[in-house]
Design a protein around this ligand. Structure first.
Ligand SMILES: [Ca+2]
Length: 262
């Protein structure tokens, strides 16, 4: 069975299981190097937030690695350091490596359960610390972008809306064609922005966020255009240009996907 069909079947029967051994690791400016581990396999693990440097007064970034990557990869450590330097935030990295040991197809299905477990953690923080969903920005790479979508999906069923999801090359195989509930889409957060540089390869070909920067050579600004061919032919000269990436102009987000090329 294809990944898309398996995902549809999983959505139909519902997800009740739990993926063991997954955790969030917390860094803040008070502990930028050594993280605090929060086991999110069960509700009991959430107690680790108490006594940690987590602060309800700061915005929270949640970083999610992709398939066969891991939360301790150099680039995630660099991103954590860069975020802490730029802003006084709580940075949580998700370690969900346990859930892809069975291969890509199983991992693609597990994202729904993993997303629900992270959603439980966020719901805990909203209820115990009184934090609004608007304080959370989830950044996911590849399969991790769809985990982010699954988090948003689970939360919107509990009337909690994430402020922002950034998808870095959301995974394509198995997801282009899958139902929206099983993948990252623009209803998963107030604003969903994507950076897509590997469409047709391991990345998605479909622009399914509010703001989608596609095939970009320039990671700072890009031009709004309906398709890449049209952009290459110069037919979008004069169209709105937007800052893309971390400092994207989120007010440009509308009710349907916008594509930006550079
Ligand atoms: Ca979704």
């Amino acid at each position: 069975m294809s990944v898309a069909k398996t995902l549809s079947a999983v959505l139909l029967v519902g997800v009740v299981s739990c993926v063991a051994g997954i955790k969030l690791v917390l860094n803040t400016r008070q502990n930028p190097i050594l993280p605090t581990n929060v086991d999110i396999s069960s509700a009991a693990g959430f107690a680790s937030f108490k006594g940690s440097t987590f602060s309800a007064s700061r915005p929270t970034k949640i970083l999610i690695h992709g398939y066969v990557d891991n939360y301790n990869s150099v680039w995630w450590l660099q991103m954590t350091a860069a975020l802490l330097q730029a802003e006084d935030v709580n940075v949580l990295r998700l370690d969900w490596a346990e859930s892809y040991l069975m291969g890509y197809q199983q991992a693609s299905v597990n994202i729904i359960t993993v997303g629900a477990q992270v959603a439980n953690s966020i719901q805990y923080l909203t209820s115990v610390y009184g934090i609004s969903g608007s304080k959370f920005h989830v950044i996911g790479h590849s399969l991790g972008a769809h985990v982010a979508g699954a988090i948003g999906e689970a939360l919107k069923n509990r009337s909690i809306q994430l402020d922002r999801i950034t998808g870095l090359d959301p995974a394509g195989p198995g997801f282009d064609g899958a139902p929206g509930a099983a993948k990252l889409e623009l209803t998963d957060a107030r604003v969903v922005d994507t950076i897509m540089t590997n469409g047709g390869g391991l990345g998605s070909n479909l622009a399914e966020g509010h703001l989608n920067s596609i095939k970009g050579q320039n990671l700072i600004t890009a031009t709004q255009c309906p398709e890449y061919d049209t952009f290459q032919q110069g037919q979008c000269t004069g169209q709105p240009r937007a800052i893309v990436g971390y400092r994207a102009n989120l007010t440009a987000a509308g009710s349907s996907p916008l594509k930006f090329y550079s």
